[in-house]
Ligand binder design. Sequence first.
Ligand SMILES: *Cc1c(COP(=O)(O)O)cnc(C)c1O
Length: 518
Amino acid sequence: MAMNKQGRPTTPMGSEQAVFQTVSGNKGLAQAEKLIFEIGDIHQTGVDLAKPVKVKSRLGGMERTDPIGLAGLSEPQAMRHYVRLSQKNYAIDLGVYPLGSCTMKHNPRLNEKVARMPGFADVHPLQPESTAQGALELIHVLAHWICTLTGMPSVAMTPKAGAHGEWCGMAAIRARLDADGHTHKRRVLVPESAHGTNPATAAQCGFSIDEIPATDDGRVDLEALKAKLGDDVAGIMLTNPNTCGLFERDIIEIADLIHSVGGYFYCDGANFNALVGRVRPGDLGIDAMHLNLHKTFSTPHGGGGPGAGPTVLSDALKDYAPLPFVTRDGDQYRFVEHKEGEGAASFGRMCAFHGQMGMFTRALTYMMSHGSDGLKQATEDAVLNANYIQASLSDVMTPAFGGVCMHEALFDDRFLEDTGVTTLDFAKAMIDEGYHPMTMYFPLVVHGAMLIEPTESESKQELDRFIASMRGLAQRAKAGDVDFFQAAPIYAPMRRLDETQAARKPVLRWTEPAEAGK
Ligand SMILES: *Cc1c(COP(=O)(O)O)cnc(C)c1O
């Protein structure tokens, strides 16, 4: 252990020593933090208010009589509570986040600045159209960029997430099938490597699901697909690049096969950031595809925050798009709100208003600040970074499939064979290394999967630092240091939680301890 001149250690305690517990539970400069209800007393307020003057209630007996039950904290207490909590979080602004765009990629600050401009930030969905022309124009221009990038004739802007966009596309397919009297077409083919939301969406829209197996190289088994074709097939839901991070090479043939039985091709385009500027879905025979603005186009969505899942639709489906949508008459923009005129064939309304204005603003800012050449480069850098990681680690870890990957590097757990270390242990040790773990045990078709998506915004220095940590861990596992892995994480605020208990019996509500009640 490194010592300073006074003979004191300069590095943190190693795993071999017993972990010393402080009286407070604090560690170094990090303060332990309780629940907000345990700090603030629900029987007092954080501010001194003068006793209200007596007024006659105009609430007709609906006024609250019970205590409100919120923790009373002063401003500095409230600030500290949330800042302490934020310091227990890992963040994209702290380091590499190997979950990638699926969870968090760099959100350029320019996007935030534009989204805060009052004309966009303060716009109200019920204000007269004539006073919101700039916002409507923004939606219209963004739709134009999306159609151009995808090579598709139309886009539905209202869906508020990827899965919501899937629902939009499948509802449009169902509306078209019904309009044509093809009510017997109710079977949807879903490859094994599809994202879990795909079969869930198809089921939600009233279709039955028929699974297609994957080949050994992680792609759709074309022969198995052919065997499943029939007159009752409504369509296919295919993720491309698929969840193994691979491009579906036979995609055009798959589109032709589905169309030959009168079905529609839904493509899950959540991973469009691997394709922008290189491939246009419209050229692949796709009928419907959602984009995740909160993945590809960098709008923030950590912690279940807002998303946006605009869904592009082919000529066959575009008339069935959800209400409302923006249209342009001369130099005026307006919403089509009702099932009449241009909206007559619409399958209806998915949400109260037009979608996520803040996300639209950020996504268009991202697109326009990159330009078409910059968007293409972002795609290429995302793919390059993933391949750099795969190539740099392939001598110590085991890539699940040979060859070039798209925007994600996928490893399996063969390199851990006979070490006693599992994918989970490996991920926990990454926490001590200062990295949020990658996606684990997904996709399901790969044993002990470790899926790493660095995104385009990581520098070579950051990638090299991450790779060095991963190499070190892989070598340590192979050297037989199983105890180290099973003890990890040592430095995290919490070590190993009972994840099963947390998932099956979550405690979501704070209740006041009986003896404290007054
Ligand atoms: C993220 C993702 C989805 C779902 O998107 P949400 O916005 O989380 O609903 C669907 N498919 C794929 C491939 C994804 O990566």
